[in-house]
Design a protein. Structure first.
Length: 345
């Protein structure tokens, strides 16, 4: 294993914390921690204090077990990966018809949920992303792009803030240098941010605006960008693989391919956080198994009658909860390190 570029960072700058250091056993103190910067079909690319390099997987291992952002331990003398450390957070999505979830990003502090100030803005889809972010243990931030293309972004911002308590919402022009300043609270040194959103909303443009210049980063950080169809606000898929990029503020950013559909599964806790006001109201219903439709003493329907909650919001919660219940397999293990077990028919 030979590094491909000179060492330029310390472990803390890569996101290494006491959480990961505490996992090392006395016999592993001589191993080198490294962070996965790219996951390919047959190899992993890692970055460490020694630079970037390709590494070989242990026998019987596949790259599907690893995510960009994972921390691993390397035996430099043999040029091999010894093991992966437990994750502080894990973004994953379950694809309908497949048993195993697709790993999106690991050890992420904040998730930028990117949507644009046009027809792409969809509250139902944003709630799905929020549930995923909450379940993973990350801090969600709604990033409204193409702010320069509308006269006033206040209506978009208000609709987004209504989707979850204390939700951070920012409007940016991804092509402007001001985007770095607006998003700086989440881009501190050693922090990790991941981006999700539909194709064409400006994720790649935003990554390019936030990333270090190619020469400074010692790697190609420029993402291809694509145009968007104005009649339906749908864009061309340009990001095809996840990768770790160094940002101007010292944080690390992970872009994700655009998603047309986000299947809800294994997101019970995430949904409770996203729809916390409905969950709390449900506890005050007269009947424990209240469907919130026609039962007397329903606290949820009372909130709708007062104007504190909308019928549309309730229906979206019911739809996602039902979808999640039907599609969630059994699982064991701590958050971020779950083992999925197939349901038996």
């Amino acid at each position: 294993m030979t590094p491909t570029d000179p060492a330029s960072v310390e472990l803390g700058e890569l996101g290494w914390t006491d959480f990961f250091a505490a996992q090392l056993t006395p016999g592993e103190l001589g191993l080198a921690p490294a962070r996965i910067a790219g996951v390919h079909r047959t190899k992993l690319v890692v970055i460490s204090v020694y630079g970037r390099s390709d590494i070989a997987l242990p026998p019987q291992e596949t790259t599907t077990n690893y995510a960009v952002g994972d921390w691993v331990l390397l035996d430099l003398s043999e040029g091999r990966l010894v093991r992966r450390l437990e994750r502080i957070s894990l973004l994953q999505r379950r694809i309908e018809g497949q048993n195993d979830p697709q790993l999106a990003a690991a050890n992420v502090n904040s998730l930028f949920i990117v949507t644009s100030c046009n027809a792409d803005f969809n509250v139902a889809r944003l709630e799905r992303y929020l549930a995923m972010a909450n379940e993973a243990g990350t801090v969600p931030v709604i990033v409204l792009t193409k702010a320069d293309m509308v006269e006033d972004t206040s209506s978009y911002e208000a609709d987004a803030r209504a989707l979850q308590r204390d939700l951070a919402v920012v409007a940016v022009n991804a092509k402007s240098s001001e985007a770095v300043t607006v998003l700086s609270p989440w881009l501190g040194k050693g922090q990790t941010v991941a981006l999700v959103g539909s194709s064409g909303v400006g994720k790649s443009t935003l990554v390019n605006a936030l990333s270090l210049p190619r020469q400074a980063a010692g790697q190609n950080t420029v993402q291809e960008t694509g145009s968007i169809r104005e009649h339906d606000a749908k864009g061309r898929h340009t990001t095809t693989a996840r990768s770790l990029h160094a940002t101007i503020g010292g944080a690390w950013i992970i872009d994700n391919p655009g998603l047309r559909n986000l299947h809800v599964s294994d997101l019970a806790a995430g949904l409770e956080t996203t729809f916390a006001e409905i969950v709390e109201l449900s506890a005050h219903c007269k009947f424990r198994d209240c469907s919130h439709k026609h039962e007397p003493g329903c606290a949820v329907q009372a909130a709708i009658a007062r104007g504190d909650l909308t019928e549309a919001r309730l229906k979206r919660w019911q739809k996602l909860s039902e979808e999640n219940q039907k599609s969630t397999p059994q699982h064991t293990g701590p958050r971020g390190n779950k083992t999925i077990t197939k349901k038996h028919r």
